[in-house]
Design a protein around this ligand. Structure first.
Ligand code: ADP
Ligand code: MG
Length: 264
């Protein structure tokens, strides 16, 4: 494999919290420009893997290289944007506008009380535009729907212009009818803006026409390949992995609990 094009290189990672391993012998490479969907049942180690990549958990066994550099020496965290699982939990009435929330993504760069330059304002507006939220820029974040709030958090992650964006189950809290357009927005970020995306999701049936690669995780990496290979694998093996056929996966989030309660 051509490693010069690899922006995440996970080498034989095993991670243990207390008594039990959450991840075992994970090997995974993410090439520049990829849109990787990571799927797996609840408790399968998806968030743990993301936290290791983000340096929020320390590597115990194995190694991770980011942008060609050992994670222990990696300093360029601005290159990586992250939207966590529980980002969209603002109460109505939270006193910050969309612009202010997105601007907070630049705080590290410009300091809390320093004046924003024209260029900063431009970056903020551009990030808001890239998630389709321009019409809501002056609105309070608390007044928006879950899906709209999630777009704002993505804009906040994008404002420092990362080349890699990592999302942990971003459609939790997004209305079923808005999930497709949400994924279309991610697809645009990937294909039009060239941002490499790493997406943990339950919506495997919905994303196969968007993602370029799929990884199936359940402590071990059960499958990793491009979307075409994944489509071929559908049927028996995937049924074994999930406990039922992904074709019957209901895209309505009201049914998400069924997924969590599946065989694995
Ligand atoms: P997923 O994101 O796929 O639902 P997680 O990575 O959150 O899975 O969790 C993987 C396993 O590690 C689960 O068994 C979970 O209970 C365990 N785990 C996660 N976080 C902790 C923690 N902070 N301390 C102990 N065990 C944890
Ligand atoms: Mg998780």
């Amino acid at each position: 494999m051509d490693l010069s094009n690899t922006i995440i290189d996970i080498q034989d990672i095993t991670y243990r919290y207390e008594k039990e391993n959450a991840l075992e012998n994970i090997n995974l490479q993410v090439p520049k420009g990829a849109f990787l969907g990571i799927v797996g049942p609840n408790g399968s180690g998806k968030s743990t893997l993301l936290k290791l990549i983000l340096g929020l958990l320390k590597v115990q066994k194995g190694n991770i290289r980011l942008f060609g550099q050992d994670i222990s020496r990696f300093k360029d965290w601005d290159k990586i944007g992250f939207v966590s699982q529980k980002a969209n939990s603002f109460n109505t009435g939270f006193p910050a506008t969309v612009q202010e929330v997105v601007a907070s993504g630049l705080t590290k760069k410009i300091g809390l009380f320093k004046r924003k330059t024209k260029e900063h304002h431009h970056k903020i507006n551009q990030a808001i535009d890239s998630v389709g939220m321009t019409a809501f820029a002056k609105q309070n974040i608390g007044e928006l729907s879950g899906g709209q709030q999630q777009r704002v958090f993505i804009a906040r992650a994008l404002v420092s212009e990362p080349s890699l964006l990592i999302l942990d189950e971003p459609t939790v809290g997004v209305d079923a009818k808005n999930v497709q357009s949400f994924y279309q927005m991610l697809d645009d970020l990937n294909k039009k803006r060239g941002i490499t995306l790493l997406l943990v999701t339950h919506d495997i049936g919905t994303i196969t026409d968007k993602v370029t690669h799929v990884a199936c995780l359940n402590k071990h990496l059960h499958f990793h390949g491009n979307t075409h290979e994944f489509e071929e694998l559908r049927g028996k093996e995937v049924t074994d992995f999930y406990g039922y056929d992904v074709h019957v996966l209901n895209h309505n989030h009201d049914h998400e609990h069924e997924y969590g309660g599946s065989v694995l």
